[in-house]
Structures are given as C-alpha cells and as structure tokens.
Design a protein around this ligand. Structure first.
Ligand SMILES: Nc1ncnc2c1ncn2[C@@H]1O[C@H](COP(=O)(O)OP(=O)(O)OP(=O)(O)O)[C@@H](O)[C@H]1O
Ligand SMILES: [Mg+2]
Length: 368
C-alpha cells in the first residue's frame, strides 16, 4: 500500500524569485492526486521538491511520519516518470526495467521474476527483448512506467507523462495508468495542464495558479462547484455575468445589465446581502435557447458550430457581453446568424461568486 504525503508551508525560491510561498497539502495513502494548472504555475517545481531534485527553502515535507527534507533522493523511496520517457536507448525493454533492481543486489532469478511481473502489469511482456527505438511512444512510456514501479516505491511521481503522445494514445495511456495505479495501490502525484486528463484519472485534483493552490477537491467538485473564478474558467468553460441578489420570500438573482431577467436560486450562502452585486458563472450547457420574445436573456446569434452531439452558439447579450451556449443534438435546425433569441438559465448548476470572482457564494452540497 502507498504512503501518505504531507506538505506544510512549503517555500521555494530560485535566487530572489519566490515561486511557492507557504503551500500546504495532504495526500492520502493510495490516492491518485493531480496537480493541475497553467504553464509556469509551479507544478514541476513542487514535484522536484518532493523527490529531492530541488532544494527546499521552507516548510516540511513528510512521507508517512518521516520528514524527508534532508533525505537524499535515492533514500526517499520514490519512483518518477518524466515527460520525455527517459528510457535508455542502448538497452532492451527487459534491461531498462531490470536496471533499477540490479543496483539493489537481487538474485538473477528474483530480478527475472519481478521484471516479468511488472511487464505483464503494463502489458508489454511480449516486447521484452525489443530495443526502445523499435517501440511506439506509448510503448516507451510503458517502459518508463514499469521502470519506475518495479522498485516498489512508496510514492510515484509523474510529470506530464503523456504530453509527447498523440491525442488517441494519450487517452489510451491515461486509462492504462489509472488501472495500473489502482492495481498496485501506489500513492501517485500526477502533473498535467490538461484539464480533461486530470478529470479522467484523479481521485482528487489540486488546481494551482501562480504557486498558490486555488482548490483541492474531487473532479466532480472542481468542475461543478469551483472555488473561484479562476478555477471555474480553467476547468471547462464558464460565461461570467454580473447579477443582483434579491432577498425576501424566495431569493433570486436579477441580471440587471441584461433586461432584468430573474432566476430564483435556492443554495446561495446565507451571508449574501440583499442588493449585493455578484458574479454568476454559467456553463454553456446550462443555457436553454428559446425563440425571441419570451422570458430570458435577450441575445443575438453571432455564429454557430455544429459538432455532432451538440451545436455551439456564440451570442451577444444586450450589454455587449459575448457568450457561448450549447444546444444538444435533439434539436434539429441550426439557428441562423443574426437571429434574436431568449436564453433561459438552469439555475441549479450555476455558480455564484463575489463580484471580484475571488470567493464562491454557494452552500456546499454534501452529496456531490
Ligand atoms: N531552475 C530555475 N531557475 C529559475 N526559475 C525557474 C527554474 N525552474 C523553474 N523556474 C520558474 O519557476 C516557475 C514555475 O516553473 P515550473 O517549471 O514549476 O512550472 P510548471 O507549472 O511545471 O509549468 P509547465 O506546465 O510549463 O511545465 C516559472 O516561472 C519558471 O520560470
Ligand atoms: Mg512542468
């Protein structure tokens, strides 16, 4: 079984630049934990601190109860898979995977047995005598993964392991990685800037921006209930519209800049004030398009794209805001450009933030 990882108040500086300033997180034994964020936000930096390739300027890193700050990399019992495979080109698949074991003074029989077992798990046992140059990208990545896990580390770190693969192979390999991770139960910290990949593989996701963790939650939660505007826009796509809160009887939101269309809302945090201006975040699939003249947000179709399962509409609202709405394929006709329509909003799934977007104003649902 994997180990827990606990990071408290981590600080990383490169010269005078502080990249990470007081970052904390807890990773459970056996968890598939993903660091997700835009380029340059500090994902690789944090991973390199965990494995020991980077100095640590502050804070405490623990694997189980052991503080690892000053323990050398080769004593931390961590396996790592990099973006660019890093397999030895002059060694066969078998020798690549056996390499880490040879340094551990095992008998030849034991090494053979272990390598065969791991090659079966990653499903390349039929390729064990091949040289890396004669393998596909996905097969090379399986070799790299096998080499990292054959030493039975307590923790597996993966830094964008699939970014060199084409789109179809990426999906195949991410499913393979998830299956293998669950099969051997190893605590995994996975780095990606691909939000779909993060949603697909993770038990929990830490969304990072500028060296700061914005939210740590399950894939469903970071998508459905983002902690702030950044997360809402980084995971999936959101349209942001200001609205005014009306309390008394039923609480409602009034899109005051767009004709005063009102929706009632049940799950707004109780400390929101009557009259407060808030920022709503509405996913494209939460709009329902109706013919013009009915109740809703008045909008003009600017353009549309038919994508098989749905049609994506790009529309302009009365206040000039440009938004995207998705209509599922059970509607046959494509609405022509220039048409005036009315957009109703499915209130249950929208998100509401403070006007500056920094804080969510929705009560946490326990069943999500
Ligand atoms: N050795 C270094 N010396 C100085 N600055 C560095 C060094 N390595 C990284 N940085 C800086 O630290 C910040 C975080 O970099 P990091 O590589 O951790 O980003 P990342 O989240 O992994 O991005 P990407 O998705 O592009 O891989 C960046 O601003 C980067 O320029
Ligand atoms: Mg990186």
């Amino acid at each position: 079984m994997g180990a827990s990882i606990t990071i408290q108040n981590a600080v990383k500086r490169y010269g005078k630049d502080t990249i990470i300033n007081g970052l904390s997180l807890d990773i459970q034994p056996g968890e598939f934990f993903t660091l997700l964020g835009p380029s340059g936000c500090g994902k690789t930096t944090l991973l390199r601190m965990i494995i020991g390739f980077n100095s640590i300027e502050g804070g405490t890193f623990r694997i189980n109860d052991r503080i690892i700050n000053n323990i050398p990399t080769n004593k931390r019992n961590i396996g790592m898979v990099f973006q660019n495979y890093a397999v030895f080109p002059h060694m066969s698949v078998f020798d690549n995977v056996a390499f880490g074991l040879k340094n551990r003074k095992m008998s030849k029989e034991e090494i053979d047995r272990k390598v065969d077992e791991i090659l079966k798990i990653v499903k390349i046992d039929h390729l064990k005598d091949r040289m890396p140059a004669k393998l596909s990208g996905g097969q090379q990545q399986r070799v790299a993964l096998a080499r990292a896990i054959v030493i039975q580390p307590e923790v597996l770190l993966m830094d964008e392991p699939l970014s060199n693969l084409d789109a179809k192979l990426r999906v195949e390999m991410r499913n393979a990685i998830k299956r293998i991770q669950k099969q051997i139960g190893i605590t995994t910290v996975y780095v990606t800037h691909d939000q779909e990949e993060a949603l697909a593989v993770s038990d929990r996701i830490a969304v990072m921006n500028g060296g700061v963790i914005q939210q740590i939650d399950t894939p469903a939660r970071v998508y459905q209930r983002p902690a702030n505007r950044f997360v809402s826009n980084f995971i999936g796509l959101s349209n942001f519209l200001p609205a005014q809160v009306h309390k008394g009887g039923e609480t409602s939101l009034r899109f005051h800049r767009n004709g005063g269309y009102r929706i009632s809302i049940k799950n707004l945090s109780p400390d929101v004030q009557d009259g407060q201006i808030v920022l709503t975040a509405i996913r494209p699939e939460e709009f329902v398009i109706h013919a013009s003249g009915e109740e809703g947000l008045k909008a003009t179709v600017q353009s549309s794209v038919f994508l098989g399962t749905a049609t994506h509409y790009f529309l302009k609202l009365e206040d000039g805001a440009e938004i995207e709405a998705i209509q599922s394929a059970d509607v046959w006709e494509q609405i022509p450009n220039g048409t005036m329509v009315c957009l109703r909003v499915k209130a249950r799934k929208i998100n509401v933030f403070t006007e500056d977007g920094s804080q969510a104003l929705i009560v946490r649902e326990e069943n999500l």
